[in-house]
Write a protein that binds this ligand. Structure first.
Ligand SMILES: NC(=O)c1ccc[n+]([C@@H]2O[C@H](COP(=O)([O-])OP(=O)(O)OC[C@H]3O[C@@H](n4cnc5c(N)ncnc54)[C@H](O)[C@@H]3O)[C@@H](O)[C@H]2O)c1
Length: 435
């Protein structure tokens, strides 16, 4: 098929590169000229493991291209994926301007019989509204609209896309469903269940799945707090919980609170939708509240060890919202840095891939070029992102560079006894303090 992806961000670029591994001609379209120029010159604008090779392969094979010219690429398309951003608006409702701008742009240009697939995460009823809009601007019924939410995780996006747990296809008619099943046939093997449903259910599956995961994380973070107050260890508790298949091992790691471009906005969107529908989700409301409070107070866990009015030097390792991405959107690490600065600390920050985002979020001053530079002379060290590079650090060497010896491991990446042996006073999440 001739496939166009509108929006060449974390989801759109991965979608385009992955679909190009099948029997399809793919063009990724974006309004960001700089991004498309970079991609056309072989420069990948995001950090996502395995993506460079896949893009290179698609371009070399002649079935992956990049463009800003809708007139040139949309008219020949069989299927157009909309993968533009849907950031939270002021009231927590997702902003759909980019979705509808994209729909308007493609609807008039598409040939009869083409399909528009909404891959962006959108509120219940959006596919229906898009369908109405397409009919209105074209004055015909020749274009079908299908919901196909994406479940990839940043940092593992390529393998998640190519080996998904399921493909959700929300359509009003069997022919449209079949078209998307056919599209994926040469891209994703049959082992991933194809879940055919109606568009509103597909839209809610995405929000319910992300909100459930956010609730699970908030829950385990509260259990970790309880461990700290009672002498229990979260590692033991979650090991005991996770062996129950009804609970499962995944998403039981406590931390500084969830972040990223999806969980915060998707939980807010679900809450707004549930309130608007007269079926308010108190559980999701509580998870949002618990997470906000947690993120706001992480810096206090450090500053409480210093006298008021003093200006400790605190090294913070990690700014991205999780490891293996360069994305700092809604990163708890950024909240920690801001919290430390507000409390008077001098902060020194390093991240292997997130420095560009960090520059935008916290400015140039706190940035360091290496772990060594960040920890040099520091009174305390905070691990804010679970990068492998940090987990492999020689803690004794780190400790020798520091002035103080406090290590706040907010991702539980170290063994408490290793930290203690390296001469550090070790504070982690939900585990006893070691020194
Ligand atoms: N990031 C994730 O891990 C993830 C996972 C699943 C679903 N999603 C959802 O996928 C959607 C996209 O997320 P993202 O993280 O890839 O966003 P992003 O911000 O990385 O990328 C969006 C892209 O769309 C482009 N764009 C905006 N308006 C456009 C227009 N009118 N025409 C063409 N291009 C336009 C932007 O320039 C940008 O390149 C969101 O709805 C998000 O919730 C994201």
């Amino acid at each position: 098929m001739n496939v166009v992806i509108v929006g060449t961000g974390y989801v759109g670029l991965v979608t385009g590169a992955c679909i190009a591994t099948g029997d399809h001609e793919v063009t990724c379209l974006d309004i960001d000229e700089e991004k498309i120029a970079a991609l056309s010159n072989g420069v990948i604008p995001i950090h996502e493991p395995g993506l460079d090779a896949l893009v290179e392969q698609g371009v070399a094979g002649g079935n992956l291209a990049f463009s800003t010219d809708a007139d040139a690429v949309v008219p020949g398309a069989d299927v157009v994926f909309i993968a533009v951003g849907t950031p939270a608006g002021l009231n927590g409702q997702p902003q759909l301007d980019a979705v509808f701008a994209s729909v308007d742009s493609v609807a008039t240009r598409l040939g009869a019989g083409a399909t528009i697939v909404i891959k962006s995460t959108v509120p219940i009823g959006t596919n229906s509204a898009v369908s109405d809009r397409v009919r209105e601007v074209r004055g015909d019924d020749e274009i079908s609209v299908v919901s196909n939410p994406e479940f990839l995780r940043q940092g593992a996006a390529v393998s998640d896309f190519l080996n998904p747990d399921r493909i959700v296809i929300g359509a009003w008619d069997e022919e449209s469903t079949q078209r998307i099943i056919d599209l994926y046939a040469s891209v994703i093997d049959d082992s991933a269940p194809r879940l055919a449903t109606d568009p509103p259910s597909a839209e809610l599956i995405k929000y319910a799945a992300n909100s459930f995961l956010a609730v699970k994380l908030s829950f385990v973070n509260e259990i970790a707090d309880l461990c700290e107050q009672t002498g229990a260890s979260i590692a033991e508790v979650t090991a005991g919980m996770g062996t129950d298949p009804r609970i499962g091992n995944a998403f039981l790691n406590p931390g500084p609170g969830y972040g990223g471009s999806c969980f915060p906005k998707d939980t807010s969107a679900l809450l707004r939708a549930s309130q608007g529908a007269g079926a308010p989700s108190r559980i999701v409301a509580a998870a949002i509240d618990a997470n906000r409070t947690r993120r706001r107070h992480m810096a206090d866990r450090v500053m409480v060890h210093f006298d008021a009015g003093t200006t400790p030097v605190v090294a913070v390792l990690g700014v991205t919202f999780k490891a293996n991405t360069d994305d700092v959107r809604e990163s708890p690490a950024i909240d920690i840095v801001h919290g430390l600065m507000r409390a008077g600390a001098t902060v020194k920050v390093y991240d292997p891939e997130g420095m560009e985002g960090a520059r935008r979020a916290i400015g140039e001053d706190p940035l360091c070029g290496s772990v060594e530079e960040a920890v040099e002379g520091a009174d305390a060290l905070v691990i804010a992102t679970e990068w492998d590079e940090f987990a492999k650090l020689d803690l004794r060497a780190v400790s020798e560079r520091m002035k103080g010896s406090m290590l706040f491991d907010f991702r539980n990446i170290f063994d408490p006894s290793d930290a203690a042996e390296a001469g550090m006073t070790y504070y982690s999440i939900g585990r006893p303090i070691r020194n």
